[in-house]
Design a protein around this ligand. Sequence first.
Ligand SMILES: Nc1ncnc2c1ncn2[C@@H]1O[C@H](COP(=O)(O)OP(=O)(O)OP(=O)(O)O)[C@@H](O)[C@H]1O
Ligand SMILES: [Mg+2]
Length: 275
Amino acid sequence: MGKISDALEKHKKETVLKTERAPVAPEVAKTAQIPSSPLSHVHAPTKYDPKLVVLSAPDSMDAENFKILRSQILFPKEGKKPRVIMVTSALPGEGKTFVASNLAASIALGFNEYVLLVDCDFRRPSVHKMLGISLVAGLYDHLIHKLPLRDVIVKTGYGKLSVIPAGSPSPNPSELIASQMMRDFLEDVRNRYDDRYIVIDATPAQVTAEANVLSQYVDGILFVIMAERAPREAIHRSIENIGKEKILGIVFNGYNQSYRGYTKYYKKYYKEYGG
Ligand SMILES: Nc1ncnc2c1ncn2[C@@H]1O[C@H](COP(=O)(O)OP(=O)(O)OP(=O)(O)O)[C@@H](O)[C@H]1O
Ligand SMILES: [Mg+2]
């Protein structure tokens, strides 16, 4: 206990120190101009959220845990490597965006892997905030305004990480995610970028329809559980709905705002969790 709290305390200090130094974005690759979009100003990332711990605190315990998760995905003990991975949870606010963004960045900082992180949460889009990208066109604009893919992909300059933000607000998120356009989009990115991992930040499975729909089109699902947040019943129902077969693992997010600190991640297979 002592050791763990010491480590957490130390990590908190490390994080604060790194944050105080204000993360400086590297030179960022240019994105194309988008004249026809309602969001016509493309901003390259300037300052990412310090909670992107794999960048802000690369030596921290959290960053290390994302490396472990990365290796479990890149080198699965059995079966094929999943290339299209969705991150979801039972309820809102359990850390999906935190996990999706850090995992995507962690994979993209490796030697070989290219990663495309796609914000499929039209309800509370936040991948762009994590990555420090403001007001850009994104998935919505590709699907509805027919902007070419290349115009909605933001090269972050952080390793080999590209992002498709959610883009303009969608008035009907579940219909859009369930549409043929969305299915075609996922097929397109899967085939067109066959050398990269695609990480999808999705909505919570218990309170929206989108995660259940998306689960049909992905290779694997990471299910995030925040300590003391979702009741066990809600977790079980969500996993039943999205389908156990595709669950790659469960990420236990020990973070709790009342502790105001970071805690450790664990990854366990669903069968170990008792499903
Ligand atoms: N392990 C963690 N360490 C530090 N902060 C965390 C951690 N997990 C989550 N958070 C913070 O908690 C808040 C909720 O996390 P996040 O936005 O990732 O959840 P979410 O599941 O994507 O929420 P939503 O359902 O609204 O999309 C954010 O401010 C995030 O930065
Ligand atoms: Mg989110």
